[in-house]
Design a protein around this ligand. Structure first.
Ligand code: SF4
Length: 711
């Protein structure tokens, strides 16, 4: 039996693993007890990754869609033919519509598709790199924390859980969505740390909390402002820290006065006493951390909600201190994702070209040349494909994204994709998105690639070894970008200068004191935590301080202070509509079994979670005459004449007025090309329309109205 140390990439945790293999193939994948991220932990996705990699339905060759009069079918072609064809078609689109009409789209987590698509887009000269979901995942936090601190402070490695006396987790369920962090939190509370959880559902973590605040979906901004109010009015804030390091305290104090806890109780449904107790626990703790995730970004006020949370950290002086939220660092000399794609990226197009990025004018802090991680909002891309606004998108290469499943307003996405002259998808399986492509290119899984494993919010890098060769002709995404650039005569190879993946991997550590081979042997490299770095480095904001009142937001014409926005449809804002649609819909709670739309082919996972589920409180189910396990219909007011069918899961972890529908469902076994998306995917009834968040364009995936009924 041979053992290979590697890094699982079936979600963004990047756990160290030891893969046991013999001559017949992989026998077992175990957690690596020595790896700093997971210390031996492994989840079921990681354990079943060999089944994913060897699944018979996996795409193993480049495919070309042949369109006869009556039918469409897939034909296997060589890489050479695929890349030649794609190169010629991109050239034609460029000549006819201009380079901006070519876009690249990437998904999240499991492959280097974000880097691969961005570098190839640069080489071709188009500014249009689209993320399927950044507008509702990560970008709002990144922008908010960048505006406030000049860098990120709340993402996974930011909170110093192990040394903390109080942990406040807001809109996140790390035991399921980021289990390595969830495990750290459990260890910390066993040592005596207090746990406060803010969530509309009594999640696994909430059930272990000292205090669980069951917030009304979409009102986290009001809750944070209520806590700021109480901390300021009761003088629980760290006055010395605020005076020395923060800008705009008096303005913030004025704004927070509008949110006394009694008023916030009415907005959020959380009793006033609980709001005060949470604020007091958090502010009075010797050290406290605050961690949030995407739930608070799924509304129309995501950046300001994130800002309010970021401000709580500053007010209580829990900045970059032991047991607080710290600024993470990667090893010196390492060329990180941020160095490749962030504000000071190594490769960038002329500013005039970047100004022409779709959305640069509408969302300058998300899509403009100076954005911390510029990207095109997927909703605006779909509009450009569909309506040609602000200009037409005619060709798209989509790598690791699955927009038909994961973008809001599924029908519109499908119609828009049909209007493309060229659609290329790089993926593992024929997903509902891949089914719409002209070409499908087969991607390699983490077991089949050699790579650097990092994330901008980690304090270590790892090197993942290849465990097995890819089946047939599956390629690393970086290799696909390099080889396609070689085929396109007008591609500027300065943006993609490597000859192969090996050269690229070596380049990323060329300024470090070790070789890729040495790093591979070492496995990982950690940067020891350093505290209070701001005392020498300051804060990278215009005032050099933590900006409670943001000078940048003011300059761009936005409200410089965090504020509250009632969701556009809610019992408060649309009481008449609420009579017909009486429940608040939330989506997107994670399963440990699936990473977004992945894994539905794997029997072992599917046995555990076979069907799309909607969580309904038992009292609500009784009123609606809905039985456990029964198929129900869900409708929302903004997408007319469409319903999603899900199986009722009755559970009292949810408020009787709130319904939680699982996201990213498609059924590989159902007939293509849609594979059940038009029946079971919640995005079918989530609107992409305005109002959206003013700064980043997020939409209310959580906190819109719905009705539910027996089918
Ligand atoms: S949490 Fe699971 S899927 Fe994610 S990296 Fe770790 S083992 Fe892999």
């Amino acid at each position: 039996m041979k053992k290979v140390r590697s890094i699982c990439q079936d979600c963004h945790c990047q756990c160290g693993v030891i893969v046991h293999k013999n001559d017949d193939g992989i026998v077992e994948v175990k957690g690596d007890p020595d790896h700093p991220e997971n210390e031996g932990f492994i989840c079921i996705k990681g354990r079943t990754s060999p089944k994913f990699a060897t699944h018979p339905d996996r795409v193993k060759h480049p495919l070309k869609k042949i369109k006869d009069k009556s039918e469409e079918k897939w034909e296997k072609i060589s890489w050479n033919e695929a890349l030649d064809d794609i190169s010629k078609k991109l050239t034609r689109v460029k000549k006819q519509y201009g380079i901006k009409s070519i876009a690249f789209e990437h998904g999240t987590g499991t492959r280097p598709s974000m880097i691969a698509t961005s570098l190839l887009a640069n080489a071709l000269g188009t500014p249009n790199v689209v993320s399927t979901d950044l507008h509702i995942c990560y970008a709002p936090s990144l922008i908010a924390e960048d505006l406030t601190y000049g860098q990120s402070i709340m993402m996974e490695k930011g909170p110093d859980y192990e040394n903390s006396d109080c942990i406040m987790v807001w809109g996140a369920n790390p035991l399921i969505a980021h289990p390595t962090k969830g495990n750290e939190i459990i260890k910390a509370i066993r040592k005596g740390g207090k746990l406060i959880v803010v969530d509309p559902r009594e999640t696994q973590l909430a059930s272990k909390a000292d205090l669980w605040l069951q917030v009304r979906p979409g009102t986290d901004d009001a809750l944070a402002l209520g806590m700021i109010n109480y901390i300021v009015e009761e003088e629980l804030y760290d006055d010395k820290f605020v005076e020395k390091w923060c800008y705009g305290f008096n303005k913030l104090k004025e704004r927070a006065r509008e949110f006394p806890p009694a008023k916030v109780e009415k907005i959020t449904w959380i009793p006033e006493d609980e709001i005060k107790e949470a604020a007091e626990e958090y502010a009075k703790a010797q050290s406290a951390v605050l961690n949030h995730r995407v739930a608070i970004e799924h509304n129309i006020n995501s950046v300001q909600t994130d800002r309010a949370l970021a401000i709580l950290i500053a007010l209580t002086g829990n900045v970059d201190k032991k047991g607080g939220n710290i600024f993470t660092e990667l090893p010196e000399g390492y060329i990180s994702l941020a160095d490749l794609l962030g504000e000071n990226r190594k490769f960038r197009l002329d500013e005039d070209v970047e100004k022409d990025r779709i959305g640069a004018e509408k969302f300058p802090l998300a899509s403009g040349p100076k954005a911390p991680l510029p990207f095109v909002n997927a909703i605006l891309l779909i509009n450009a494909m569909d309506k040609g606004y602000p200009y037409p998108i005619k060709a798209t290469i989509c790598s690791g994204g699955n927009p038909v499943v994961n973008c809001q307003n599924t029908k519109k996405v499908i119609n828009a994709l049909k209007k493309l002259d060229l659609f290329v998808v790089i993926d593992f399986f024929l997903t509902p998105t891949a089914e719409m492509a002209d070409y499908v290119l087969p991607a390699a899984t983490w077991l089949e690639r050699e790579r650097h494993a990092d994330a901008p919010y980690m304090n270590f890098i790892s090197t993942a070894k290849r465990v097995k060769n890819p089946p047939s002709e599956c390629w690393d995404d970086i290799k696909i970008s390099i080889e396609l650039a070689k085929k396109i005569p007008w591609a500027n190879r300065e943006y993609l200068p490597w000859d192969d993946v090996e050269e690229y991997n070596k380049w990323r550590i060329k300024e470090m004191d070790l070789t890729f081979e040495e790093l591979k042997e070492k496995g990982y490299l950690t940067v020891p935590r350093k505290y209070e770095k701001y005392k020498t480095d300051g804060f990278d904001t215009p005032t050099g301080k933590i900006e409670l009142s943001s000078t940048i937001l003011k300059k761009y014409g936005y409200d410089p202070l965090p504020n509250f926005k009632e969701p556009p449809e809610s019992p408060e804002s649309t009481p008449e509509l609420t009579k017909e649609y009486p429940y608040i819909l939330i989506t997107g709670g994670r399963y440990i079994e699936y990473y977004h739309s992945m894994g539905r082919q794997i029997d072992e996972l599917r046995k555990r979670v076979p069907d799309p589920e909607v969580e309904i409180h038992p009292e609500t189910a009784e009123e609606l005459d809905i039985e456990r396990g029964e198929w129900v219909g869900i409708e929302t007011p903004r997408i007319e004449n469409k319903k999603v069918k899900m199986k009722a899961k009755l559970t009292s972890i949810i408020h009787p007025k709130v319904i939680h529908a699982r996201h990213a469902w498609w059924l590989p076994e159902a007939p293509g090309p849609e594979h059940g998306v038009l029946d079971h995917n919640i995005n079918l009834i989530i609107s992409d329309d305005s109002p959206r968040d003013q700064i980043v364009g997020s939409v209310p995936d959580r906190g819109t109205l719905c009705k539910v009924y027996k089918l």
